[in-house]
Design a protein around this ligand. Structure first.
Ligand SMILES: [Zn+2]
Length: 316
C-alpha cells in the first residue's frame, strides 16, 4: 500500500472533460480503508456511458455484475444527473454502485465546494483499468493487490469496481469523498496540486483529503479524532513527506496518518475554510510554501516546529 509520488501516467482517458495541461501530472493512488481486495482478472465486455441513476436504493454489496441481462438492467438506470458529473462505467457495474457514487459525489460537492466537471470511471476489468491509468496490466494487478484501486488524474476519478464493490457502504462513500476532495484541490489550484514537476506537500495533499473524508458529519469527525489523532511516535516529521520537482517518492499509509493529524491541527487552529479552500486557491498562483505563509500566516518551517511540539501532547 503506497502512494505513487510521480506517475508515468501522462495521457488522458476517453471522455475526459478536463482542461489539458502539458505539465506532468500525478495520479494519486489511494489506499483503501478496510478489508483486503482481491484482484479479478476475468475479461469482460465493457463500454462507457454517461448515465447517473438517481432513485435506486443501494442494496447489499456485490461485485461487478456478471450477466449481460444484469448489465442491461444497470444501464437502464434513470438518466437525470448533475451536469458537472459524468460517469463512465463498464456495463457490469451494478446500479447500486452508480447510485452510491453519484450520491456521494453530490454530498462531497455540497460539503467541499465545486470542482468543475468531474468524471468517475468504474472499470470491471483489469486491462481496462490499466489502460485508463496508462499502466501495464501487471502493474495494475500489483496496485490492486495493495488495495490501491481508486485514484484521480486531474478531475477524473478511476475505480476498479470488483475491489470497490467489496468495501462497506461507508467506505465506498468515503473513497468518493476523498477523491472528490482531490478534485477540489486540483480545480482551485489550477492543477498545480497535481503537477509532478513542482515540489508538493504530500502530507498536506493526502492528509487534508483524509481529514475531510472523515469529517462529513460531527460524529464522523469525533470518531476520527478518537482513533486517528495520536502522536504516531514511530513516524518521521512532516517535512519528509514531500515530492515533486523530479523526485520519485513513494509513501505508504503513514503520509495519510500523520498528514491528517496535521490537517486536523490546522483546521482547529486556523479554521476549516483555510485548508478546505483558501490554501488551494492560493496555490494557483504561487509555490506551496508561499501559499502556506499567505494563508496560515506562518512559514512552513514554523508550522513544522509548532506541530512537533503539539504532537508531543498527543497520546501515543
Ligand atoms: Zn488521496
Amino acid at each position: 500500500m503506497s502512494l505513487l509520488g510521480l506517475s508515468a501516467v501522462g495521457a488522458y482517458a476517453w471522455n475526459s472533460t478536463v482542461e489539458r495541461n502539458p505539465a506532468p501530472q500525478v495520479s494519486f493512488e489511494d489506499p483503501l480503508p478496510s478489508t483486503a481486495a482481491t484482484p479479478e482478472t476475468r475479461p469482460a465486455p465493457s463500454s462507457s456511458s454517461t448515465v447517473t441513476p438517481t432513485s435506486v436504493a443501494v442494496g447489499p454489496t456485490g461485485t461487478c455484475l456478471e450477466s449481460a441481462e444484469s448489465a442491461g438492467a444497470a444501464r437502464e438506470a434513470p438518466s437525470e444527473r448533475p451536469p458537472w458529473l459524468t460517469l463512465h462505467f463498464s456495463p457490469r457495474v451494478s446500479t447500486a454502485s452508480l447510485v452510491l457514487i453519484s450520491g456521494a459525489a453530490s454530498e462531497a460537492r455540497e460539503a467541499f465546494g465545486e470542482a468543475g466537471a468531474v468524471g468517475v470511471h468504474v472499470y470491471c476489468d483489469i486491462e481496462e483499468y490499466a489502460a485508463g491509468l496508462r499502466i501495464s496490466s501487471e502493474e495494475a494487478s500489483r496496485r490492486i493487490g495493495e488495495r490501491r484501486f481508486a485514484s484521480i488524474l486531474l478531475s477524473d476519478i478511476r475505480i476498479y469496481g470488483p475491489s470497490y464493490e467489496r468495501q462497506t457502504t461507508a467506505d465506498r462513500r468515503r473513497i468518493i469523498y476523498h477523491e472528490y476532495f482531490h478534485a477540489v484541490q486540483h480545480s482551485l489550484s489550477r492543477n498545480r496540486s497535481a503537477r509532478g514537476d513542482l515540489e508538493r506537500p504530500v502530507w498536506l495533499i493526502e492528509g487534508s483529503a483524509k481529514f475531510f473524508e472523515s469529517s462529513m458529519t460531527q460524529r464522523e469527525l469525533e470518531a476520527f479524532r478518537r482513533s486517528e489523532v495520536r502522536r504516531w511516535a514511530a513516524l518521521p516529521e512532516l517535512s519528509t513527506f514531500i515530492d515533486g520537482a523530479g523526485s520519485d517518492a513513494e509513501f505508504g499509509p503513514e503520509v495519510y496518518r500523520l498528514g491528517s493529524v496535521a490537517s486536523d491541527y490546522l483546521v482547529t487552529k486556523y479554521g476549516r475554510d483555510r485548508l478546505q479552500h483558501d490554501f488551494w486557491a492560493a496555490l494557483a498562483t504561487t509555490d506551496w510554501r508561499s501559499a502556506f505563509l499567505q494563508v496560515f500566516g506562518i512559514s512552513v518551517d514554523e508550522f513544522y516546529a509548532d506541530f512537533e511540539t503539539y504532537r508531543t501532547t498527543l497520546r501515543p
